[in-house]
Design a protein around this ligand. Structure first.
Ligand code: NAG
Ligand code: NAG
Ligand code: NAG
Ligand code: NAG
Ligand code: NAG
Length: 390
């Protein structure tokens, strides 16, 4: 393959640190596997039925004046997931260890101290109640491929949870060392994908329940001296994850608004439409290439916005832009992998849109503000159409 000839000068001598989140708050992470005992996994092999089990990463903004914390360097992906993406990297001539070499800096909140007088004064300060932002990945993808993006959103002051959906992700790795590889689900079969979205939707509602109830998460909120405001929930997703966001909104009224990053839509939401806010953020010309975008847009009864990002491709709405920048890939290879918008700019665009949308949905921003996400100019962004009645 020609790319192999272009890239042999890229050798990965050691670990490569991916960028820190760009917002004002340091971010820490809680990784948790959650088992839904009420739901048999429909994709479990027939010989070994088991309840549905998902993986989650919860990213929490930390307030260094309120909690004791330190910076730790951790792998970007778990080993088997990194090996899987590493195999993909070999197709452009990169070593299979590429993803295994990526690291991120994360904030680790240290166990709380005993109360002193000072703490008692602080405890009178109202605990910040953070809105919750839920993320679902593209079909076949790991939640870990969106970790930089999720951290970045969390650093703006949101609790962000990313979810792995076993059997459609090519691999999901659990903390106990077990893993689930993808089932044989055809991406050409709409009925099969609608079934996947249905299962994913149940995963999302289950994760919201667990974020409320699980002792592990509650301990994390205490440690971070925060609370989650379950009356302020927005969901975003990439590709099939975006379709998932729109679909969960049909069945779960706790989700006040949804953002689809460059994903086509499926039934039932395509037929029924939605009466709550939905934002479509796509690559350039998405809606002329995907008839489900105009079809759903016409059926939206709540606030609706369609935007496009000049220079973006489907993979731009993942961590790939940051990854190709960190690897310093040659320009044409980088554009093939991740579009022509840099990681830093893609972060500014997606996060700007997400923050503006969340604040609009939560009632802090007025309609015109959502169309001009900032801070700073966002020349890559075009508002294709918008109707912001509430
Ligand atoms: C950080 O915590 C302090 C003390 O609890 C509080 O006064 C301050 O408002 C918090 N800052 C943010 C940005 O949450
Ligand atoms: C990453 O964390 C390490 C400590 O683990 C620290 O020495 C280093 O300066 C940090 N780098 C960045 C870019 O934050
Ligand atoms: C890369 O490939 C070699 C040889 O096939 C294998 O031994 C190694 O485990 C792979 N490394 C990763 C990170 O996948
Ligand atoms: C996957 O399913 C298709 C039918 O949907 C079938 O034709 C194919 O043989 C299956 N592949 C494997 C590896 O089971
Ligand atoms: C947004 O509005 C909510 C009430 O809906 C309020 O609790 C919150 O502090 C506001 N956030 C900002 C950033 O103004």
């Amino acid at each position: 393959m020609q790319l192999r000839l272009i890239l042999p000068f890229i050798s990965l001598a050691g670990a490569l640190l991916l960028p820190n989140p760009s917002g004002p708050h340091p971010v820490s992470m809680v990784v948790e596997s959650l088992t839904d005992k009420s739901r048999p996994d429909p994709y479990a092999p027939s010989g070994s039925p088991h309840p549905r089990r998902v993986m989650t990463s919860l990213f929490l903004p930390t307030n260094s004046t309120a909690v004791r914390s330190e910076v730790r360097t951790v792998p970007y992906m778990t080993p088997l997931v990194a090996a899987d993406y590493g195999l993909l990297a070999t197709s452009i001539g990169l070593p299979n260890s590429t993803f295994a070499s990526f690291e991120v800096n994360t904030t680790h909140v240290l166990a709380g101290r005993r109360c002193s007088n000072g703490d008692r004064i602080n405890s009178q300060v109202q605990t910040p109640r953070l809105p919750l932002v839920i993320f679902s990945p593209g079909f076949g993808q790991s939640r870990l491929l969106y970790g930089i993006m999720a951290r970045s959103m969390a650093s703006e002051g949101y609790a962000v949870v990313t979810i792995d959906h076993p059997y459609d992700a090519s691999i999901v790795e659990f903390p106990d060392g077990s893993f689930v590889r993808n089932a044989n689900i055809s991406t050409d079969d709409d009925a099969a994908l609608e079934q996947v979205i249905k299962v994913r939707s149940a995963d999302v509602s289950f994760v919201i329940d667990q974020l409320k109830d699980s002792a592990v998460f509650r301990r994390a909120y205490d440690q971070h001296k925060i609370a989650i405001d379950f009356d302020r929930i927005v969901m975003y997703g990439h590709s099939l994850g975006g379709a998932t966001a729109a679909t969960v909104m049909l069945s779960d009224p706790r989700i006040l608004g949804g953002v689809d990053l460059d994903g086509r839509f499926f039934n039932p939401v395509l037929e029924s439409g939605l009466d709550r806010p939905l934002l479509l953020l796509g690559r350039q010309d998405h809606s002329s290439e995907d008839p489900t975008w105009p079809a759903l847009y016409a059926k939206l009864r709540g606030a609706r916005v369609e935007m496009s990002v000049k220079g973006a491709i489907h993979a731009s709405f993942t961590d790939y832009p940051f990854i190709v920048d960190t690897l310093k890939l040659p320009k044409d290879t980088a554009e093939q992998v991740a579009g022509s918008v840099s990681g830093q700019r893609m972060d500014a665009v997606v996060k700007g849109v997400l923050v503006a949308f969340c604040e609009f949905v939560f009632g802090n921003k007025t309609a015109p503000e959502i169309l001009q996400p900032g801070p700073g100019p966002v020349p890559e962004l075009t508002v294709v159409q918008a109707d912001l009645r509430k």
